[in-house]
Design a protein around this ligand. Structure first.
Ligand code: AMP
Length: 195
């Protein structure tokens, strides 16, 4: 089963994806993680995307579609893939559909995780504080200015995907507020309903 977790920054996509990996043996493909790895490696692409990521804007469709294509061509995800943070634009959604179709696969379900904006901003800023307190590196885009840009990018470029996948009959919506376990239960319910 291939699924997409859709939601604004701080909605808990990564946290829930990690649980699905542990519980269902699925593979998580996070373009954010791949881009951070590219930056850490010092590659040319990593250097190209650094400033835009720090500002909270979206990197080009071409780059992220290329990253996903590489993974799919490498044959990852026989037990199913969780797309986390991808697609984020309509062009990316079209490209993903075409890439999967080429492999005789498809997107089976799209779960939109709904969270109140203020809660999301608070979560992300808390994540930065906790990392700092633990002596861990802080994400350069986990600050109030970048958060505003990330939220704006979500509403302008990514939220149209809710209508897109609704029109394809694939959308389920869950409440992302509350305890991680409770959200995980809602997510499981939505996935079992979609299977
Ligand atoms: P994330 O870890 O998913 O919050 O992604 C961190 C940053 O990476 C985003 O704010 C964007 O700058 C960039 N990014 C990640 N995924 C995508 C994507 N699918 N399309 C464009 N930019 C992306």
């Amino acid at each position: 089963m291939n699924i997409i977790l859709l939601g604004p920054p701080g909605a808990g996509k990564g946290t829930q994806a990690h649980r699905l990996v542990a519980e269902r043996g699925m593979v998580q493909l996070s373009t954010g993680d791949m881009l951070r790895a590219a930056r850490a490696s010092g590659s040319e692409m990593g250097q190209t995307v650094a400033a835009i990521m720090d500002s909270g804007g979206l990197v080009t469709d071409e780059i992220v579609i290329g990253l996903i294509e590489e993974q799919l061509d490498a044959g990852v995800g026989a037990q199913g893939i969780i797309f986390d943070g991808f697609p984020r634009t309509l062009a990316q959604a079209d490209a993903l559909g075409a890439l999967l179709e080429r492999k005789g696969q498809r997107v089976d379900a799209v779960i939109s995780i709904m969270v109140d904006d203020d809660v999301m901003v608070e979560r992300v800023l808390n994540r930065a504080k906790e990392a700092e307190a633990a002596g861990q590196p802080i994400r350069a885009d986990d600050n109030a200015d970048s958060m505003r840009t990330r939220l704006f990018a979500y509403y302008k470029q990514t939220s149209p995907l809710i209508g897109y996948y609704h029109a394809h009959g694939k959308l389920a919506t869950i409440d992302g507020l509350g305890e991680i376990d409770d959200v995980a239960e809602r997510l499981s319910g939505a996935l079992n309903g979609a299977a």
